[in-house]
Design a protein around this ligand. Sequence first.
Ligand code: ARG
Length: 672
Amino acid sequence: MSTPKPWEHAKSGEGSGTDPLAARFVESLSYDTRLYAADIRGSIAHAQMLDRVGMISRDDLAAIERGLREIQREIESAPAGPRAVGVRGAWPGWKIDLEDVHMCIEAALIEKIGEPGRRLHTGRSRNDQVALDLRLWLRDEAAPALHSALADLLDAFKDLARRCGPIVLPTYTHLQRAQPGTVGAECMAWWSMFARDANLCSQQETGEWGLMASPLGSGAVAGSLLPLDRHAAAQSLGFATPEQSSIDATASRDEALDFAYLLSRIAVHLSRLAEQWIIYCTTEFGFLKLGSAFTTGSSMMPQKRNPDMLELIRGRSANIIGALTGLLTLCKGLPLAYNRDLQEDKRLLFAAFDTTLDCIVMAARVVASAEFDQTRIDTAAGGLDRGYLDATALAEHLVLRGVPFRTAHQIVGSLVRECEATGRDALSQMKVDEFNAALHAAGFPKITIDRTVYDVLNAKNVAAAYKSAGHAGSGPGGYRDWLEADATHKELMEQAQASSERPGRDASTPAPAISAAAMQAAAPASLFGGEAEAVDPAARRNADAALIAAYQKVGRTLDDLPYTTDFDAMHSQFQGAGTGLTKRTALQRLQNLRKAGKLPPAGRAASTPPRISEDEETLLRELVIAMTGSLGQRDQLPYDPRFDGLVEAFNQQAGRELSPHDIWRLVAKLAK
Ligand code: ARG
């Protein structure tokens, strides 16, 4: 007979832990202990909220906080590691009969502090608890770890470009030789791909992408009769708002789906890299040599150097994509709200996360070991100039002399055929006269070309001659510009981290106050993604939470706020926090939050704007368009100094005395 579960005291009759198979079947402890830090942090926030609304006493709260922190220390100092279960040196509180991380921690707390521990679960269920824990873990542990591994990979590509950048090799389309490129340009291509993934990670960290409101306080499904303050709890955990629907909050795993998609996209990118470099490592290509630590021999064939690490990266992408498919299938057809099926989400998600992280780290090591070999590239497959890599360059050379591109394309096509017919395998083997004969035959007797044509023939010449931004060659506009961009990705991340503390990241951090750094983080440069990398995500989140809280307190819809005393009051509250946030930037941040669907609906309906005539409407429309270009840009108007001029112009020409607020309301109405 197993230990009675803490929540079973309320049940009549026997407990459910009587069948050993059922106990093993139902548990998730064997794979969910990694949620312990998130679980403890969520519990402390919940207890603080219970204290604030008078559901537990100050003393209860103090005991709960002390107990949970002790438990965290015990878990973290377990000799076998915090996550180990059922082995020597594991934290003794991990008891498989208690099913999961949540019950084990709560049971340990009750054992430690007695009755106050029995009050912690007030107004809460494991259903909102596990939904919360998963989001905290994704946002504060998984996404940053992934981001940091990606940053290393990104930097490895930059280093490779520094080592081997100028080496010229073919680029391919359809796996057929296309135009000349450089190793630096190839590095820039992989970098661009993984930089998009890193960006998505940082959006996970800020909650800009993914479903990131707080489920806490949703209870089992339908909420609670107790006066829970869900907003306060959400904000103390760094969420802008609580989830709107208790039913959906406990039923949804969209955050897991989004994250699994991100993992899958990374896996797909990694598998493309793996495939390409496996090909490069063949005898037929021979472009690339990997560090001997990352290749293996054969048990039978003594000469082999197999790119097993790359093959495993390519192969493991199957597991990761499988997890996404698994999660989608898990959620498909699931009725509202929580069903135990959802417990399987963690098995899939954690495995996919671990695999992806391993693959990124391994890829970074492989990239760091990679050496491209110009001599091999020059001789592979009959030579770098096999395949007429310079044909497009020759056509463009003719274009620069006035030949229409379509015609130039035909001329070069005929020259290639002539080369082939006369046993030559490169355009550079043709004479100037032959080029001119082809030009004249195509109907351009007045255009002649000279020996400068040879400057754009042969792969290496072409690689040096590209001009368009982002090209694959070696000259200005290509990978060197990207390389010279000053900071490494790691440095950018560190700067962002140093720019502000990360409140809410560990259990001992008190609820965040508005800090100057947080307000800086809300400044418009970061609003439109321009300097997103340089802003600490936690600081931005806190600033947003503060803005949203103030907005809700005023309870006036956003379009109704500009040029009101309500907004002035809101603004001076931010000023009071010692920030340089202007009215304009505060408003723009709110507008952006609204666009992102993060602004809760405000209570009070907008005031009705004054009536104006059709002529006056036309006048106003013209003035707005003159100032911003279109009515669609109206959000930029409030608190732009030019808006005062617009108000004055309107009143003067219409013979009116409307206030800036009235005019703003009219503009908002016009735009609708
Ligand atoms: N370990 C469980 C999970 O991951 C906790 C939820 C159990 N909830 C319940 N109503 N039985 O989903």
